[in-house]
Design a protein around this ligand. Structure first.
Ligand code: SAH
Ligand code: SF4
Length: 373
């Protein structure tokens, strides 16, 4: 097989050029010179495909009520120690106002998974409310788990433009180890991603990185899965243990462990950029949980999106997906200023006032329009 520089050249020649073996080699190399070359090639490709600048989405954690019991998650239904909350319509509109005042032209509504008529209508009302409040100037991303195609279509019609649904782990056997037998199915999650595509969303998916038992081979297959799904956006983050979750029980969040998880997360960002070229890639909060400059390093590894948390600080304590989640004591204004400074320090800018749509989505919809005459 080629050395790392040969693999990088092949990756740059066209999207989805690499084999699983080559992706695995890209992820696994511990040579510091190789690592730097991979990061620099991925960052140069980010600049070429997405430009200099970081797209922004204000993150609103709208509810921690969840029907699912994912074995890695701090707010899973089986954790009885969580104080459950659901933001009211007025509260969400107030948060949307914070997003607008911050100058972000996109927001993400994220929460636990609830499948009910009442919830569907509530979310649709919120989506219409945000359109009205902003005069259509805010692009809304939803991250509310698995739903039927009809529900996705209803929310799309009410104004949502993007949807994030991580596959979490694309290998069915690993998926089974991470989730209970009842109510969780890798196949249904994949079908949901296809339904989101059919209903016209910009579709985002992703995985947790550095899960116990996960190998470089699994991660290479996950990246190939993103390509096969023709994803527009990728949101991935390192796995971080939570004291009340069975996955990762006994793992201590030592500085060494945090360093390794961060490094793995950065390697995945670079490998995904080199494989998919023009997708939006988020530099997620989990990177920041592992190092104060984690998100900035994610940008330099090839990511182009940051999602600052705008949720009220007292609510954030109840939305702990994992230990050490950052920003618990910050308010939205102070964290925005700090982010602006740190992004300038790496030679990038925050893209205020832009939807920040995925270049991949623009390219594939233009190609489809051309095909249809
Ligand atoms: N309920 C929705 C969205 C909220 S959870 C859903 O699951 O799709 C958002 C993300 O948090 C999940 O996709 C998962 O990848 C991540 N997450 C959960 N527990 C985590 C942990 N212990 N470490 C890192 N990320 C975690
Ligand atoms: Fe619920 Fe999402 Fe956590 Fe799973 S990862 S328990 S679906 S909030």
């Amino acid at each position: 097989m080629k050395g790392i520089s040969g693999i990088i050249d092949k990756a740059l020649s066209r999207p989805r050029a690499l084999s699983a073996d080559e992706l695995e080699a890209l992820l696994a190399s511990d040579d510091e010179g190789d690592r730097r070359a991979v990061r620099e090639a991925a960052y140069a490709l980010k600049l070429a495909k997405c430009g200099r600048g970081v797209s922004l989405r204000g993150l609103i954690e709208m509810s921690n009520v969840c029907a699912k019991n994912c074995y890695y998650c701090g707010i899973r239904s089986g954790n009885r120690d969580v104080r459950r909350f659901k933001l009211s319509y007025e509260d969400i509109m107030r948060h949307a106002g914070i997003v607008m005042r911050s100058g972000y032209a996109s927001l993400v509504l994220q929460g636990g998974e609830v499948e009910s008529r009442e919830n569907t209508e509530f979310v649709a009302k919120v989506l219409r409310g945000i359109q009205e409040l902003s005069g259509g100037s805010i692009g809304v991303t939803l991250s509310l788990g698995e739903q039927t195609e009809e529900v996705y279509a209803e929310w799309r019609a009410a104004g949502a433009r993007r949807y994030l649904l991580r596959i979490e782990e694309s290998d069915p056997e690993m998926y089974r180890k991470l989730h209970p037998e009842t109510g969780h199915s890798c196949e249904r999650r994949k079908e949901c991603l296809r339904a989101l595509r059919r209903t016209g969303y910009q579709v985002g998916t992703g995985v947790m990185i550095g899960l116990p038992g996960q190998t470089f081979r699994h991660l290479a297959s996950d990246i190939i899965f993103f390509g096969d799904m023709d994803a527009d956006m990728i949101g991935m983050g390192p796995f971080i243990p939570h004291h009340a979750a069975p996955v990762g029980k006994g793992i201590c969040l030592t500085p060494e462990y945090a360093g390794r998880q961060l490094e793995l997360g950065l390697r995945m960002i670079s490998a995904v950029r080199l494989y998919l070229h023009d997708v939006n890639i988020a530099s997620t909060t989990a990177l920041q949980a592992l190092a104060p400059d984690g998100r900035e390093r994610g940008i330099l590894a090839g990511a182009n999106v940051i999602m600052p948390n705008v949720t009220d600080t007292e609510r954030r304590r109840d939305y702990l997906l994992y230990e050490n989640k950052p920003g618990i004591d910050e308010n939205a204004d102070s964290s925005r200023k700090a982010l602006e400074d740190s992004i300038h320090a790496i030679g990038e800018d925050l893209l205020y006032g832009r939807f920040g749509d995925s270049p991949h989505y623009a390219a594939r919809t233009a190609a489809a329009a051309e095909r249809n005459g």
